[in-house]
Structure formats: structure tokens, C-alpha cells
Design a protein around this ligand. Structure first.
Ligand code: PMP
Length: 408
């Protein structure tokens, strides 16, 4: 595993080189969205300056160039996720749309009155609400796996929820609020044993973990480009071909059809059946540059660096009087969620921002998880490849000041 030259990597990220509130920016809100390297930013400009055209339908040179670049991202994603076939990759707006697509389309076809959907107490609202919408429509029932105090899933409880009524299990690979890495391979295996399908929400895994959908044997895997150095507003959904073929279209429009008449319309083959309308062409093209950035930097090297940051931050932050890390376990991506006794997370976030430090405060779109811990929210620091121990030192000093000024 190669050691990374972090200052060289930082050079690739223009946004990092600025002052915020008179202090050098420290960006620790990577779980919300991480920053973009020049290769990604340049790819967007290159497309609009050089070959902006609508894809798939055009026969002129620019349209062919745009189509080729767009489809190259699909091919790259096939390798990145280790899908068996390129047709198993569908472009979406992001993880939320991927989950909505599956909930709506799989749900309409395969969920009936009394069927069960298993999610977990660790889920983002994006992996809760789409299931509630379809459950209400189809008369299905949602069950949620309990979370233990260390932020991991209660696997015995999970097994007790499974039965021949379970039609789909939907859980995240890694939690955005706590960082917990879930034992997804085991979860998938157990679900398959009762004949249920599995969707994995990979939003927080893509930038940090190796993803192999064939090895996992998941039925669906949803990701967002913006969580892995790519643009906002695009992402991908992997689905097993036979399932995608059995599922009805999600949205209607151009591109997703074969023949249209007022009497009857026939649908295009997968993946196009699920890609109605002009997609986010530039962003899909730039998405490939983000994935290449990850591969060229080296996923394992990134993971080693982030694990070092995580351990260093944990040790440093725990020196702050009254600081408590919420749902902390050994096996997690680089996220620390914490509280300081007697100080509201929002006030901590504001004071950090005054020192140029960007963190997230609040429920992180996981209200049921916050309810489970009996709290309203946390302060969340999440690290990425370009972060450093010096930045963690600066945040630790800032937290000392927070305690000094705000502790009652
Ligand atoms: N799931 C998880 C675990 C997430 O962290 C996020 C983004 N915070 C989402 C789903 C939704 O992703 P997006 O907003 O990109 O659709």
C-alpha cells in the first residue's frame, strides 16, 4: 500500500485553499458532500466548452462524442462496483433517487398486502421514507433492526425479523451519522435464505470501502457521485439484470421507450428503461474522473490515511471535558459524532465555523436514530483523504475554547 503525499493531494482541491472567517478553511463535513479535485471540475468545463450535445439520439460528431463519454462512465462503474454486466448500471440523481426507483418499481411489482420490508435503525431518511411511501400504497409492513449502544446493528434482532413474509431488506453499507460499517455480506446472505431481495445504500461507502456487488451478492446497490469527489445531482444504481428486467419503468419519457403510440407503448431495454429524459450529461462524464481519482490515489491508501485520522481525532477529542462520542465502534468509516455535556450542538457548530472549521450539526437526516439515543442531534466531524492531523489539532483547540466560553 503506497503512502500518500497529502499536501500534493490538497493541491488538487482548489476549494481547500481559502480563508473562512479569517481562518484557513478546515473542511470536516465530508459525509455531507466531499470536495472536488481539479480533474472533476475541468471535465465539467471541457464538456460545456467543447462537446455539449444531447446523447444517444444524435448522429452528429458532438452528439457521438458526448454519448461516448457518457457511456464510458457506465463502463467504468461496472468495473468500480464489479458488476457482471454494464446494463446493470443505471444513472440516477443520486442515492435517494436510486432507492426511490427500487422502492417504487420493485414495490409495485413484488410487494403485496402484509408483505414485510426490513430496514434498520441506522438508516438515512432516504432509506426510510421511500419504503414508507410504497408500503402505504401496497399495504406492506416496515420493520426496523434495532441499534446497539455502540452504534452497530443487533444482528440477533435482525435474524428474528426475517421470515417468508420478508420481501426486501434495505440497509446502508456505512452509516452517515455514526460511521458504523454494517456486516452487509452477512445481512444479504440471511435475507437470501428467506427469499428476500436486498438493497444496499452505499452513499457513505463509495469513497471509503471496496465495493464488489458480485461478492456481496446484493440485488441493488445505490450510490451518489457527490459523496466520492464527484458532482452533485448524479449517481448510480446497480441492479441484478433479471430483477431490473422484471421491474416496471420508474418514470416515463424520452429514451426509456422502444415504440410509442396512443394505444400501446413498449419499453426500451435495461438500463435505458429506467433513464427517462435527458440525463445530467456533464456530471455523469465528470463522475468518471472522480472514480479515477479514487482508483489512482488507491482505495486502500485512502482507507489507511482516514483510519489514522479517525483514531487520532478520537483520542484528541476525548481529552475535551464532557465530550462523549455517540455510537462509537471499532469498525467504521471516518466519522465521529459527539456531544459536549451542557452545550448545544448548534452552538458548537457555530463557534467552530467562526474559526473556519466546517462540521455538521443536527440529526443528519437520521431522526429515528437520534430518537433511539434519546438526543436531538450531534456534532459530526467526518474526514476525507485531504484532511490532516494538524487540522484535527486545530479543531481540538477550538473545542477547548468552546468549552471555556460556553460551558455553564
Ligand atoms: N444514504 C446515506 C447513508 C447518506 O449519507 C445520504 C446522503 N447524506 C443519502 C442516503 C442520500 O444521498 P443523496 O442526498 O445524494 O441522494
Amino acid at each position: 500500500i503506497k503512502t500518500l503525499d497529502i499536501s500534493k493531494i490538497r493541491e488538487e482541491f482548489p476549494v481547500l485553499h481559502q480563508e473562512v472567517n479569517g481562518k484557513p478553511l478546515i473542511y470536516f463535513d465530508n459525509a455531507a458532500t466531499n470536495q472536488k479535485p481539479k480533474v472533476v471540475i475541468n471535465a465539467l468545463a471541457d464538456y460545456y466548452k467543447g462537446y455539449n450535445a444531447n446523447i444517444h439520439r444524435g448522429i452528429h460528431t458532438l452528439a457521438e462524442k458526448a454519448t461516448k463519454a457518457f457511456e464510458e462512465t457506465r463502463h467504468y462503474l461496472k468495473g468500480f462496483l464489479n458488476a457482471k454486466e454494464v446494463e446493470e448500471i443505471i444513472f440516477t440523481k443520486g442515492t435517494s433517487e436510486g432507492i426511490n426507483l427500487v422502492a417504487s418499481s420493485f414495490g409495485r411489482k413484488f410487494l403485496n398486502e402484509g408483505d414485510e420490508i426490513v430496514i434498520s435503525g441506522l438508516e438515512h431518511h432516504s432509506n426510510i421514507v421511500p419504503w414508507q411511501l410504497i408500503a402505504e400504497e401496497r399495504g406492506a409492513i416496515i420493520k426496523a433492526i434495532n441499534v446497539l449502544d455502540n452504534g452497530t446493528l443487533d444482528m440477533d434482532h435482525y435474524k428474528s425479523l426475517l421470515s417468508n413474509k420478508t420481501k426486501i431488506v434495505a440497509v446502508n453499507h456505512a452509516s452517515n451519522s455514526l460511521g458504523t460499517i454494517n456486516p452487509v455480506k452477512e445481512i444479504i446472505q440471511e435475507a437470501h435464505n428467506v427469499g428476500a431481495k436486498v438493497l444496499i445504500d452505499g452513499a457513505q461507502a463509495t469513497a471509503h470501502l471496496n465495493i464488489d456487488v458480485q461478492d456481496l451478492d446484493c440485488d441493488f446497490y445505490a450510490i451518489s457521485a457527490h459523496k466520492c469527489y464527484g458532482p452533485t445531482g448524479t449517481g448510480a444504481l446497480y441492479g441484478k439484470r433479471e430483477l431490473l428486467e422484471a421491474m416496471p419503468p420508474y418514470q416515463g419519457g424520452g429514451e426509456m421507450i422502444k415504440e410509442v403510440s396512443f394505444e400501446k407503448t413498449t419499453y426500451n431495454d435495461v438500463p435505458y428503461k429506467f433513464e427517462a429524459g435527458t440525463p445530467n450529461i456533464a456530471d455523469v462524464i465528470a463522475f468518471k474522473k472522480a472514480l479515477e481519482f479514487i482508483d489512482e490515489t488507491g482505495k486502500e491508501s485512502i482507507a489507511v490515511h482516514e483510519e489514522e485520522l479517525l483514531q487520532y481525532a478520537r483520542q484528541k477529542f476525548l481529552t475535551i471535558p464532557g465530550l462523549r462520542i455517540v455510537g462509537d465502534s471499532d469498525h467504521k468509516v471516518s466519522v465521529l459524532s459527539f456531544l459536549i455535556e451542557g452545550i448545544h450542538p448548534f452552538d458548537i457548530g457555530q463557534m467552530l465555523d467562526a474559526g473556519g472549521i466546517a462540521v455538521r450539526t443536527g440529526h443528519h437526516c437520521t431522526q429515528p436514530l437520534m430518537d433511539h439515543f434519546g438526543i436531538e442531534g450531534t456534532v459530526r466531524a467526518s474526514f476525507s483523504v485531504y484532511n490532516t492531523k494538524e487540522e484535527i489539532d486545530r479543531m481540538t483547540e477550538a473545542l477547548q475554547r468552546v468549552v471555556k466560553f460556553l460551558k455553564p
